[in-house]
Ligand binder design. Sequence first.
Ligand SMILES: [Zn+2]
Length: 212
Amino acid sequence: MIWGISGEKKLVTENLPTLQCPNCHDIGEVYAIAYCKYLHLVFIPTFSIGKRSKFVCETCQSKVKKKFISAQQQEIAQHLKKSVKIPFTHFIGASIFSILLIIIFSIPSKPAIDPLVKLQTPKLGDIYSVYISEEDDLFSTWKTVNIDEDSIYIFKNKVKIEGEWSFILGKDKESAQMFIPDTIAYTKEEILQMYEEGFITDVDRATLEEEQ
Ligand SMILES: [Zn+2]
């Protein structure tokens, strides 16, 4: 079972010497038991759900109902319950989850940079999604292989795909990135123009380091 409720049994017990078990009729074998319950997840105690008490016969192991217990004896159980301390281990899971949540929320998400900004500050290895045929709805990619003062030098990809190029799906497929080592130069203005005209549709930049 992945999750469930557990009780830590017999944390504190006290014998009720005068009580007769209504089940097996043994006298003096019923114990007041105080214990802690917790919710566990994958066997890790996660949340404490507080203290409990019950009466159990040591001889027949049956639970004795409260109606057989005198008010005075019930007070013994209440007293036991108070003396039980909830073990800190019952909060381990909750602590782990809290820490994980804090970690998850403190990781800065990779800022999405506008393709236009990437084109204005070109980096080596940038891959452009290019809309090579509106008629056939074909897309391909270009890869920047050199950048100087005025120009951007690219390799064209041999592969053409139908529909918009998805960098997430496409870039890791080696077969989808078959760049022809034939350098073609464009001025930076031309590249920006291509983006404005909708020929370049997106820019993929490999790593966060390169963005800085
Ligand atoms: Zn009994």
